[in-house]
Design a protein. Structure first.
Length: 233
């Protein structure tokens, strides 16, 4: 039985994330990003990052156009963080779509091995999670790297794959690790059950899991940007 305090905490966190996302999206109508895809990245990041994402947006995102015009660069650590968040936005969209798809179409989990390869439904759903996260993550990178380097469609796709394949992979590893830990080693022992996709507690747990994904993908982004495979943002 999930306690009421956890339900209230989950709802509060989700509402805060939604409010921050809406605020950033509104602010971007007056202060659009130089790279248009970042107009999507920042509100999506706020869905799980909440007030922390809102602070980071005002500190280093809202002034991106000014920095570009003045040919100023933020600290390298900030560029790495923005690169990770860029990839994470695609992963977030992919994970949300995959989780709800598997919820509304239970056969999806069976198609990906539930009851045959996996005894836990969550493990089977991780496969479409990764597929959609990869598609959206690479897509977000494509619409950044193609115009920045003035590449053809083919070359843009190749460059996006080089830039974000490892990032998406390590982001998902962090997300999976935290979700498994929270579901099987915290929620089930403490409350006797894992939380379902249609519960606020699930998405509250996912918010924290996305932050874990940011942490595990950060070192990879550092290396990719340092060697010039991924663009500085």
């Amino acid at each position: 039985m999930i306690p009421s305090w956890l339900n209230v905490l989950a709802l509060t966190s989700l509402l805060a994330g939604s409010a921050c996302a809406a605020w950033i999206a509104f602010d971007e109508t007056r202060h659009p990003q130089h790279v248009w895809i970042m107009n999507l990245v920042w509100p999506i990041t706020a869905l799980y990052g909440g007030l922390l994402a809102l602070w980071f947006y005002y500190a280093y995102g809202r002034e991106a156009a000014h920095h570009h015009a003045a040919k100023e660069e933020p600290p390298f650590s900030v560029m790495v963080a923005k690169g990770a968040l860029h990839c994470g936005a695609g992963c977030t969209i992919g994970d949300i779509l995959a989780e709800w798809l598997a919820f509304f179409v239970p056969a999806v989990a069976i198609w990906f091995g539930y009851t045959t390869l996996f005894s836990e439904k969550m493990f089977a759903v991780w496969i479409p999670d990764f597929i959609l996260a990869f598609v959206f993550g690479i897509g977000f990178q494509y619409y950044t790297i193609k115009p920045m380097r003035n590449l053809s469609v083919r070359d843009g796709l190749v460059a996006a794959l080089k830039a974000d394949t490892l990032t998406v992979t390590f982001w998902q590893i962090g997300m999976y690790a935290f979700m498994a830990f929270a579901q099987f080693y915290v929620l089930r022992p403490m409350f006797g059950a894992v939380v379902a996709v249609n519960s606020p507690e699930f998405w509250f747990t996912m918010q924290i899991a996305m932050l874990a994904g940011f942490i595990t993908s950060y070192p990879v982004n550092w290396w990719l940007i340092k060697v010039g495979i991924k663009e500085r943002m």
